[in-house]
Design a binder for this molecule. Structure first.
Ligand code: F6R
Length: 369
């Protein structure tokens, strides 16, 4: 069943280019526009949406955090992202024009299910982004956009995460398309790039040997820190979550701009710090700021592991280890940058003798609140 791979997790990491392509299949028409009739929410209603609220747990929550950047940029609709387990207990503001998006691989996560029930009771429409046909969350939602990752067996989510991102981008781009925003040209360009993205994920997978060797060399450490900005911040959180759950190590993700507000005190000689560097194009201000952050942590003894786009030469002098990813539009970068972090966590956990498909204390779907 593992198709020659040592674990389901490795198999599922390798399946990502196909999972991403399958999730796009049939959703981009010949003219390069999105067609999401399957959503079953009329365009007229989508034009009326005045707030988007995303609810999810764990890795799916990280997909939601990334979706916020895309939704607000391409649609100008305010978007909140909330841990499903917190949502209904704080009396959230929900109305008929609020679109609630529930993201869940399994479709059975109790926290997410309770959050969407709460939203529907308040009169909001719920769109599920889900990987499991006919599961409870899509059955109880008003609409569903399925991710087509195929069955995910390993407890740690990998291919489902990438397809959740694709589905979130599709929702954001589609909302932009039906509402018509000033980003029309950009939306078309991004749809074209998205159509090619599976090939780029494959390119990343082909260059992972140095990442594996690096992970093995860090097997005896007890802390790894992750930094990112903009959409790279949730990627940092996801990298840290993977390492916690698989390697049982202390791992934390931070927004790089927060370093000076506290976390920099954690930096001491030899601490590995993984930095997700935003594209030097587009958001170049952020790029330059993060290069300064890399210098700052390195000056305090950190061992810097830098994930940066091909052609980004500014990071080279400060990277103890440099992981290259293909250049992509700024908002799509998480589809590239997450992959090395999955490989890193999987290899490090294996080097520590852990069972990567079945980490201790965890279950694949959490059906209790
Ligand atoms: C982490 C992981 C979990 C799940 C979370 C939500 O690798 O797998 O954090 O992402 O339990 O699960 P779903 O998406 O099934 O609702």
């Amino acid at each position: 069943e593992k198709g020659g791979y040592a674990s389901f997790m490795l198999k599922e990491i390798a399946e990502q280019p196909k999972a991403v392509a399958d999730t796009l299949l049939g959703r981009i028409d010949a003219s390069g526009s999105l067609s999401l009739d399957e959503l079953r929410i009329p365009d007229a209603e989508l034009r009326e949406v005045d707030k988007v609220v995303i609810v999810a747990c764990g890795t799916a929550f990280h997909a939601g955090l990334i979706a916020k950047y895309a939704i607000e940029h391409w649609t100008r609709i305010p978007c909140e992202v909330e841990l499903a387990s917190e949502f209904r207990y704080r009396d959230p503001i929900l109305a008929a024009r609020t679109l609630v998006v529930a993201v869940s691989q399994s479709g059975e996560t109790m926290d997410t299910l309770m959050a969407l029930r709460h939203a529907r009771e308040q009169g909001s429409k719920v769109l599920a982004i889900c990987n499991t046909n006919g599961s409870t969350i899509p059955r109880e939602s008003d609409a569903v956009l399925y991710t087509h990752a195929g069955p995910e067996v390993a407890v740690a989510s990998t291919k489902a995460f990438l397809t959740q991102l694709v589905a979130c981008y599709l929702v954001a781009l589609y909302l932009g398309q039906v509402r018509g925003t000033k980003w029309g040209d950009e939306i078309h360009a991004v749809i074209r790039e998205l159509a090619q993205i599976g090939g780029q994920v494959e390119q990343v997978l082909q260059t992972m040997e140095p990442v594996r060797a690096l992970a093995r060399s860090l097997a005896d450490r007890d802390t790894v820190l992750f930094l990112g900005r903009h959409v790279g911040y949730p990627v940092a959180l996801e990298g840290a979550l993977k390492l916690k759950e698989l390697a049982y190590m202390h791992a934390e993700g931070f927004a790089a701009g927060e370093l000076k507000h506290g976390p920099i005190a954690l930096i001491e000689e030899g601490v590995p710090v993984v930095v997700v560097v935003p594209s030097p194009r587009g958001r170049s201000v952020l790029h330059d700021k993060i290069v300064s952050n890399i210098q700052e942590v390195r000056a305090r003894g950190a061992r810097t592991i830098v994930i940066a786009e091909e052609g980004d030469e500014a990071v080279v002098p400060y990277a103890d280890h440099l992981i290259r990813i293909p250049a992509t539009p700024v908002l799509l970068q998480p589809l590239m940058a997450t992959v090395p972090l999955q490989v890193f966590a999987c290899e490090l956990a294996t080097a520590r003798g852990n069972e990567v498909d079945q980490p201790r204390n965890l279950a694949k779907s959490v059906t209790v609140e």
